[in-house]
Design a protein around this ligand. Structure first.
Ligand code: SAH
Ligand code: SF4
Length: 360
């Protein structure tokens, strides 16, 4: 009698299985691993969701394998609301996951350069005081499949526009991606796979609060994704007041790790500075920031604060933002002011969910 085939169900939804893992899963169930190509294609190229709608296009062994999984093989993700900004460029999607948890995904950009801003967690454990997601607290990590499914959702919307497709991914939605390292890396492996959405690794940005062990791991990772580090303050005490995890991962250590990362990867590091009127927007702050980054291949992204309910603070006047940027520029550092497009859709981190929760 032959040994029973291993038909153990898959550990994540199909969207969250990298090509090679899909091959392994099929082989373990006695299905020819070459069929992985058709399945990967159905999920990541034809964007069939739920997969059952396209199941009859697959060869019978694959159909049988999918049915034998017993549980839904495609990540159940329902779009609860879609909010376009008045300028028409930004769309914010509130997506409900199988367990009822909700995350947001933002589609930004113009024809030819669309970007998806993806969430990595439901809530966030890092507790930055000005951040709506931080104010919610941490509920759970997202699986790789739930991260990938957000990008597929955006790609599906873009297919409706003539010749458009997703070009860039930023891990700047809800959550701290390096706190959910494995799932984030698996998701990015899938999204950059040239048999799938084929997003160039250089077009993927991972934004972190300054999770030092995660940055060190990222430095050893074979792919060169773009790294963005959220600084917001230039001294230990001031930073700890806005970003509590500064006590665990102090600014001085963080900057050293960023220097090492930049050298090792030969990559520019992007530093985010959320500008809060009267808190971290003075000329002195700008000069201290420039001093901290001197000698590093760095770029500064200035983000005027999106006010949140749980934090008394506002964006500085436009003139103050310009003066701050001028000092950064004069020090020789490249910089950009991120005027949050679509601020009318509450495009700040986590804010759509908060707005909705308050209505109920
Ligand atoms: N956890 C990661 C990525 C998600 S937050 C991180 O902190 O980097 C993405 C960016 O939005 C961060 O730079 C964060 O500081 C910024 N941000 C959060 N809340 C904001 C707000 N209310 N106004 C402006 N920027 C905000
Ligand atoms: Fe978390 Fe980033 Fe918000 Fe801080 S800014 S609470 S790390 S999502």
């Amino acid at each position: 009698m032959s040994a029973p085939k291993n038909t153990s169900s898959i550990s994540d939804s199909l969207e969250g299985l990298p090509y090679e893992r899909l091959e392994e899963q099929l082989e373990a169930s006695g299905v020819n691993p070459l069929h992985a190509k058709a399945l990967f294609n159905a999920v990541h190229r034809r964007l069939e969701h739920p997969l059952s709608s396209g199941i009859e296009r697959l060869v019978p062994p694959l159909q049988r394998w999918l049915t034998s999984q017993g549980a839904p093989t495609a990540c159940a993700m329902e779009s609860v609301s879609e909010t376009p900004s008045t300028d028409g460029y930004t769309h914010k999607y509130l997506l409900r996951l199988a367990d009822g948890a909700e995350v947001e995904t933002v589609q930004m950009g113009f024809p030819g350069r669309f970007t998806a801003c993806l969430s990595s967690q439901v809530g966030c454990a890092m507790g930055c005081v000005f951040c709506a997601t931080g104010q919610m607290g941490f509920a759970r990590h997202l699986s790789a499949g739930e991260i990938v499914a957000q990008a597929l959702h955006v790609e599906r919307q873009l297919r409706g526009l003539q010749g458009e497709r997703l070009r860039n991914i930023v891990m700047m939605g809800m959550g701290e991606p390096l706190h959910n390292f494995e799932a984030t890396m698996t998701a990015l492996e899938i999204l950059t796979d040239n048999r799938g959405l084929n997003i160039g690794p250089a077009r993927v940005a991972i934004s972190t609060v300054g999770h030092i062990p995660g940055i060190e791991q990222l430095a050893r990772h074979p792919k060169r994704y773009s790294l963005a580090v959220s600084l917001h303050e230039a001294s230990e005490d001031e930073r700890a007041a806005l970003v509590p995890v500064n006590k665990k991962w102090p600014l001085a250590d963080l900057l050293q790790v960023c220097r090492d990362y930049s050298r090792l990867k030969r990559a520019r590091v992007f530093f985010a500075w959320t500008l809060i009127g009267g808190v971290n927007d003075s000329d002195d702050h700008a000069r201290r920031l420039a001093d901290l980054l001197r000698g590093m291949d760095a770029h500064v992204n200035l983000i005027p604060l999106n006010p949140t309910e749980g934090f008394e603070g506002d964006a500085p006047e436009a003139g103050r933002v310009r003066a701050f940027q001028q000092i950064i520029q004069d020090s020789g550092l490249p910089s950009t002011v991120r005027q949050r497009r679509g601020i009318d859709v509450a495009a700040g981190c986590g804010q759509l969910k908060v707005a909705r929760a308050n209505r109920v």
